[in-house]
Design a protein around this ligand. Sequence first.
Ligand code: PMV
Length: 318
Amino acid sequence: MPAISASAPGKIILFGEHAVVYNRPAIAVPVLQVAAKATVVADPLAPPHTVWIDAPVIGLSSALNDLDENHPLRYVISLVMQALGVSEFPSARIKLTSTIPIAAGLGSSSASSVALARAVSEFLGHPLLDDQVNQIAFEVEKIHHVHPSGIDNTVTTYARPVFFIRNRPVEQMEIGAPLTFVIGDTGQGSHTSVVVADVRRNWTLDPKKYDAIFDQIAGCTLQGRQVMKSGSLTELGQWMLLNHELLRKIDVSSTLLDSLVASAVSSGALGAKLSGGGRGGNMIALAPSIDHATEIASTLKNAGAVNTIVTTVPASKR
Ligand code: PMV
């Protein structure tokens, strides 16, 4: 039996992180330059129902049954088996690799779940549909984050730009002109669950203030959707900058994120903001053209980014 492989991309959030947890809209796009990849291969020489899993990026090499039942990778596999009505897994070796930086707001946990659910279901003879994969990845996100919005699993599953509102069907987006983003990594790991919990505590203490900011962020997201459709890059950059200011107000930025945003703008980016959970992880800058992206990337590196990725969202086909 040949090895079965599946992969899923990284992602960036263009608008609406954190507010999306409180039912406001958000926009995310896939980052195809980085991906998680799962490979499953039958191991007929192993004792029956022995599954070995290797995930070198998290230093994991273990029998599946030795993992805690709530371990995200074991949980993905048991949800797939449940969905397919399979009770015993044939002996196999599973390998999960990823080029998506971990704890950096680029969707590594979701992409791992999506890639694994796809590879395992195909290996078991019944590839799951995207909607089922998305649902499984969402269930697993609940282990990583107590109250996930579902945007990460959605964009990594469908691998296209999404306009997302919690608990609503995902909306496809129209993109009027190609959008080139430079992603700058602060190198500072940040756990989204911790930042999301802090925001929740502050929201509970002052719901009026926080809801007003979330409404303003929702305004940026709605305007962002419109200008992405019309292809007005200058306006798009302005809405990103406003969104970043609002994220600062809810205290999810950091000194380095703020200075990378400022450096990107000083080197000609039309706009920039943190992307994802914040307090570290990555920021994104909108380049006026693909040619200008290299200059922005080198400015970000000089300003302290440990890594940069240039990614382009193509215009929708008409
Ligand atoms: O996983 P991250 O760091 O890209 O953050 C996800 C976006 C949040 O809005 C902060 C959380 C969520 O569940 O939507």
